[in-house]
Design a protein around this ligand. Sequence first.
Ligand code: GLY
Length: 373
Amino acid sequence: MEPLSLNVLREKYLSFFESKGHLRLESFPLVPQNDNSLLLINAGMAPLKPYFKGERVPPRKRVTTCQKCVRTLDIDNVGKTSRHGTFFEMLGNFSFGDYFKEEAIPWAWEFLTKVLEIPESRLYPSVYVEDDEALEIWVKTGVPRERITKLGKDDNFWEIGAGPCGPCSEIYFDRGPEFGCGKPDCGPGCDCDRFLEFWNLVFTQYDRQEDGSMPELPHRNLDTGMGLERMAAIMQHKTANYDGDLMQHLIKLGEEISGKTYDADDYSGASRSLRIIADHSRGVYFMISDGILPGNEGREYVLRRLLRRAVFHGRLLGIEGAFLTKFIDEVNAQMGEAYPELLKNVALVKGIVASEEERFSTTLDNGRVYLDE
Ligand code: GLY
């Protein structure tokens, strides 16, 4: 398995699914359109809900995307773990009433073992406990039955708020026994660091309602989600999302500006702050580029909170003066080709970031004077 950069991996995924008849679409904006159930797009499938529900006709029944996403539910864990982040890219292939499990499972296997050349012995699928159909398809695809784990609703039923949902089959990468807890029942779904879940194949058949009921959708769909940072880290033989090539560029910039050193094994202090700045600064940039402004409510508050946390952690690292706009240039260098919308309003976005950073820095300075007194 050759190490691949994140940008190469993204391209390989999208072109593989193009070769299987999918239409490649640009990422949708982070601001949901006609969907009051979400503040921000938080999964590759979220902007595609009307196609799953049969409310709109998709441009093609097979689509593939790399979707920009923001999830802030676990914001307090960012920097303290190897995998939590707020902004991420999610690769996906989708079927709207077209193919289903019989095609999705062998294609996932082909992509992983033939295109990425991951050794079969490192891959472990899980299936929903009642989904014998998916289990048999995995066996027919060539995975030994004993390497397939049945898991319950918490792990293998995918839903995110109201809307299309269904049982899922997740694929895990085995990092090796040296990362495991050593318990006899250690396997996919175990809390230890050995088995990393990296791709979720969702068999989207139901439509979760606000009242909790779950009627069948008009047709069976397929939704998959693969976190690009996590997959890139796996391909680069790294243990954490933050240690893949793209995030490392941002962390190195943080090191240069602050004079502090990053330690991939340290989840506190300066290393934690460097991760937080790398993650939040990127999220802030994408959000403002998509037209969100800092404010006190809803998604505007999410943006303000990310920006302020980044500035605060800059202070903890001892950075004096404004620094956030430097991250915009680095994000452009790494991601501008994949997301050309970033490059359209750079000066405007930098102005918004700089003025919010200045306002918050003044607040921090006033607070420091007050505390010193
Ligand atoms: N929609 C599948 C996932 O986000 O995992």
